[in-house]
Design a protein around this ligand. Sequence first.
Ligand code: GLN
Length: 188
Amino acid sequence: MARIGVLAIQGDVEAHLAALGRLGADGRRVLWERDLKDLDGLVLPGGESTTIAKGLARQGLVQPLRAFAEAGKPVLGTCAGAILLARESRNHPVETLDLLDAVALRNAYGTQVDSFSAAVDPGAAPGLEGLRCVFIRAPQLEDLGPQVDVLARVDDRPVLVRQRNVLACTFHPELTPDARVHELLLCR
Ligand code: GLN
C-alpha cells in the first residue's frame, strides 16, 4: 500500500486524505520532518500559501521537503501547493520551495466569488480527457521552463503540469470524485 503524506499545516488536508483513501493508499498527515520518513509521495494541499509557507519555515520543513522532492519522490502541489512549488510567486510574494520551474500568479482569476469549475481543454494528456477542475481563488502558472510538461489546460492556460517527479495543478482535485490526478501521484 502506498504511503502518501499530506502536508497538514493548513488547507484542504482531510479531503486529500479521503481521496487517497478511496484509491487504497495510506494517507498520513505531515507536520514534522520525521513524518516524511517512509513516505512514497507527498501532497501539498490548497489553502493559503502565505500561511502554509510560514508554517513550513516554523516547522523546519523547507529543506526536508526540498530533499524529499530532490530524492525523486513524487510530490503533488494543488492550488496553494502549486504556488509553493513554483520558483517564484510574482504578484503576491511568498517564500516558495522552488521545485517547479514556473512562476505563480496568485488569485489570478479574481476573488472567492470568482471561483468556478471547468473541464480541461481538448488535447489533454492521455487519460486526462474531460477532467473537471474546481478553481478557488486559483493561481495561474507562467514562464514554464523547458523541463515542464503541460498535461492539461483550461482556456488555453496550463492547469496541470509535471516536471519529472513534481506535479502541480492550479485546481482542487480532492473536491471531485474523479481520482485521476491523485492516481498520477501513485503511478510514478
Ligand atoms: N489564493 C490562495 C493563495 O494564493 C490559493 C487558494 C487555494 O489554494 N484554493 O495562496
